[in-house]
Write a protein that binds this ligand. Structure first.
Ligand code: GRF
Length: 193
């Protein structure tokens, strides 16, 4: 007897450089009953990325690419992604900038999460800059990736209140909690799930 495995899931790769808490939240999302996505691949530029442990824990294939030669690294990543039939790339704390050619290859299929209310505070040290400017609110954004840094189409945002005694660390922590909810929601929105 041939058993139906149900509708095909959207095969995702998650790119990380560090802790991987967003990766973990995406894995949890993919493991929910009736989830339409599956995390098939974890990619990192950093062999010491703590988040690589989730590959081990959840038996997801993981691969580290040496970025000393970016052109070669991207070439190898592309072949790995094609080989695994990946349909969605989720950047989650990936600290390398993808080349225009790479982005063209996967046009509209790369998402990123950024810890600010874009278009404000693109780039690094967002929380520090938000506090220096005495902003009342900050937050996080999921957007598609285009060739300009943190500038693709905004899919979803979540506002977070900045309190008087927030430090960059406390603000990052508050926002990260929202990031973990926002990324799955954004994926659902993109794919009409
Ligand atoms: C998150 O704040 C994300 O918005 C930013 O990098 C951080 C990654 O955190 N792009 P983690 O590795 O998912 O814990």
């Amino acid at each position: 007897m041939v058993r139906s495995t149900g509708p095909e899931k959207i095969r995702c790769a998650v790119f990380i450089s560090g802790t991987g808490s967003n990766l973990n939240s995406l894995i949890q999302f993919s493991k929910k009953k009736n989830s339409s996505i599956s995390i098939e691949l974890i990619i990192s530029d950093n062999s010491k990325a703590i988040g690589l442990k989730y590959g081990r824990i959840f038996k997801i294939s993981k691969k580290v690419f040496n970025y000393k030669n970016k052109i070669l690294a991207e070439k190898n990543i592309i072949s790995k992604i094609e080989n695994k039939k990946i349909k969605l790339i989720c950047l989650a704390g990936f600290m390398k900038i993808l080349s225009k050619d790479f982005i063209k290859n996967f046009k509209g299929k790369i998402l990123n999460i950024h810890p600010s209310l874009l278009p404000k505070y693109k780039g690094l040290n967002t929380h520090k800059r938000v506090l220096l400017n005495n902003e009342k609110y900050s937050g996080c954004t999921v957007h598609t990736v285009n060739s300009k840094l943190d500038s693709g189409r905004i899919i979803l945002q979540k506002k977070v209140k900045v309190s008087k005694n927030d430090t960059p660390k406390s603000l990052a922590k508050k926002i990260l909690i929202q990031e973990h909810k926002l990324y799955p929601k954004a994926i659902k929105k993109v794919f009409n799930l």
